[in-house]
Design a binder for this molecule. Structure first.
Ligand code: ACM
Length: 517
């Protein structure tokens, strides 16, 4: 008996020790999986004498250093400072610098750890930012806690070289069906950034609500912003709040893509302005969850003035290259009206200097150069887009929709595209998903979260996690190195991080959760 208790304790201790401090760098569970990890001998120890050095007087690199300090200081209690290096490297410090290395591209990084120093290099600031996400994951999970924890804070020696498979790795948040506060969008951005995702698509308008202030059309928010699913009070972002979200995202190397869905999914606008309706009468506000019953009047000139004003203001507020025009499920717009509408809206957006993204139905129109097709439902539409020379964003509903339930017991979410357990969410390759659409035709991937049933941040987290890291890996890591059996163990190791970050996650039985003490 005593012997078996001792054996059990020994095994438990061993397991805990392994989880706490992997003996070699290649044993650390990283998501997304890096391009290469080469372990070496030695251990770097972060102490209260350590500092973060940037080697150029660049405000941007300094801000990245500050971001790293802000991530490491609460749990370590070290009060690490950001300093400008003079040239020599001193033991105990972390060094961040920019240096030309073509293979790393715009977002890649090289991280070298030895017993003396940690050196993170990249071509571009975005690469340094991504490398910092790796540094976070190399420390024990407790590094993510908001209060001081017991160390030691050690990193195993070695070199990681890493860069993404796709340039576009996104999440969509539907803030129209239910409205979410700025703080919730910011937390979503932080959670994405931790997994090196770089696009946040905001679905800003739908039948149930209009969520962005447009100065030339103030009733869009005064009336259209007042409702949401379920009949509760909605909400909207002022232009200042939107600009604040854009800035917060940009500081995390995340591009905001604003979507105004049209010509369908427009009841909130149609309820705000009677002139947008063909019969000149305002519709009633809508708080149900049906789709496909509304349309802008595609034959009226005022509609195109509306479109130009809305996208004009959004283009000014949005530094990123894309404006999303929706275009999905316009079931009450005749195809003969839909096609010229989408053609004309593309011209309007192009005149703002931005590139168009639309859901896959827009491939029924004549696509302009630089229009992107977001595949969600019909492979045939995506293929039509590719035949016209467009690149595709892969968001297949049956694999990538974050609002799909995990299984029949999930109470949040929907299942019209099927259940998406964590393995199904992970187990697909964008480059082989649709015959005839290969990597060269794909801009990247995006996992949308529609919010018919999602009402608050904890519910967002439950649908995001643990699937979001899988979408991040599909976008970042080469398919040849990916398999569910290997990935699920790395995902299980993230459990402690989810807890430390207070993430409300679905504890899927398919994942071997390893919980650190
Ligand atoms: C969509 O899910 N209607 C794009």
């Amino acid at each position: 008996m005593l012997r078996s208790i001792l054996m059990f304790s020994l095994i438990t201790l061993q397991t805990m020790a392994m989880a706490l401090s992997p003996a070699v760098l290649s044993d650390v569970s990283l998501i997304p999986k890096p391009v290469s990890v080469i372990p070496a001998n030695g251990t770097f120890k972060l102490t209260d004498k350590s500092a973060i050095f940037v080697t150029v007087e660049s405000p941007e690199v300094k801000m990245i250093g500050k971001y790293l300090a802000d991530k490491l200081n609460p749990a370590t209690g070290f009060g690490l400072e950001v300093k400008t290096a003079t040239g020599d490297h001193y033991a105990g410090n972390i060094y961040l610098f920019l240096s030309a290395d073509a293979q790393l591209g715009n977002e890649g990084y090289q991280l070298t750890i030895n017993a003396e120093v940690v050196t993170l290099t990249a071509n571009k600031p975005a690469g340094l930012f991504n490398g910092i996400q790796t540094i976070r994951q190399l420390f024990p999970s407790n590094i993510e806690m908001a209060s001081k924890q017991q160390g030691p804070w050690e990193l195993q020696a070695g070199t990681i070289r890493d860069y993404p498979e796709y340039a576009f790795r996104g999440v969509m948040l539907d803030v129209a069906r239910h409205f979410f506060q700025v703080e919730d969008v910011k937390r979503s951005i932080d959670l994405m950034a931790a997994y090196k995702m770089n696009v946040m698509h905001l679905h800003l308008s739908d039948d149930q609500g209009w969520r962005i202030e447009i100065k030339k059309w103030p009733k869009l928010t005064a009336i259209g912003g007042s409702s949401q699913v379920g009949g509760e009070k909605g909400g909207f972002y002022t232009q200042e709040q939107y600009a604040d979200i854009v800035k917060y995202a940009a500081e995390r190397y995340i591009t905001i893509i604003p979507e105004i869905d049209m010509p369908g999914h427009t009841n909130a606008a149609l309820a705000s302005y009677p002139e947008l309706n063909c019969n000149g009468k305002a519709t009633k506000l809508y708080s149900g969850t049906k789709v496909g019953f509304s349309t802008l009047c595609t034959k009226k000139e005022i509609t195109y003035q509306f479109v130009a004003d809305v996208f004009g203001e959004l283009a000014t507020l949005t530094p990123g290259p894309y404006l999303h025009i929706g275009g999905d499920e316009s079931h009450v717009t005749k195809l003969a009206d839909y096609i010229p509408f989408v053609n004309r809206v593309q011209d309007i957006v192009a005149a703002t200097g931005k590139q168009v993204i639309g859901w896959d139905e827009i491939a029924l129109s004549t696509l302009k150069p630089n229009t992107f097709v977001q595949f969600w439902a019909k492979a045939e539409n995506a293929s039509k887009g590719v035949k016209q020379g467009a690149k595709v964003i892969m968001s297949p509903a049956a694999n990538a929709y974050l609002d799909m339930q995990y299984d029949a017991t999930t109470t949040l979410g929907l299942h019209w595209a099927g259940y998406i357990e964590v393995d199904k969410g992970y187990n697909w390759d964008p480059a082989t998903f649709v015959p005839g659409i290969g990597k060269e035709n794909i801009l990247g991937i995006e996992a949308p979260l529609w919010s018919e049933t999602i009402t608050n941040m904890k519910e967002i987290e439950y649908m995001f996690f643990p699937r979001l890291p899988g979408y991040a890996e599909i976008g970042w890591s080469a398919p040849a190195g990916r398999s569910w059996d290997e990935y699920k163990v790395r995902l299980g190791s993230q459990g402690g991080r989810f807890k430390a970050l207070d993430i409300n996650y679905y504890p899927s039985k398919l994942v071997p959760w390893a919980v650190e003490k």
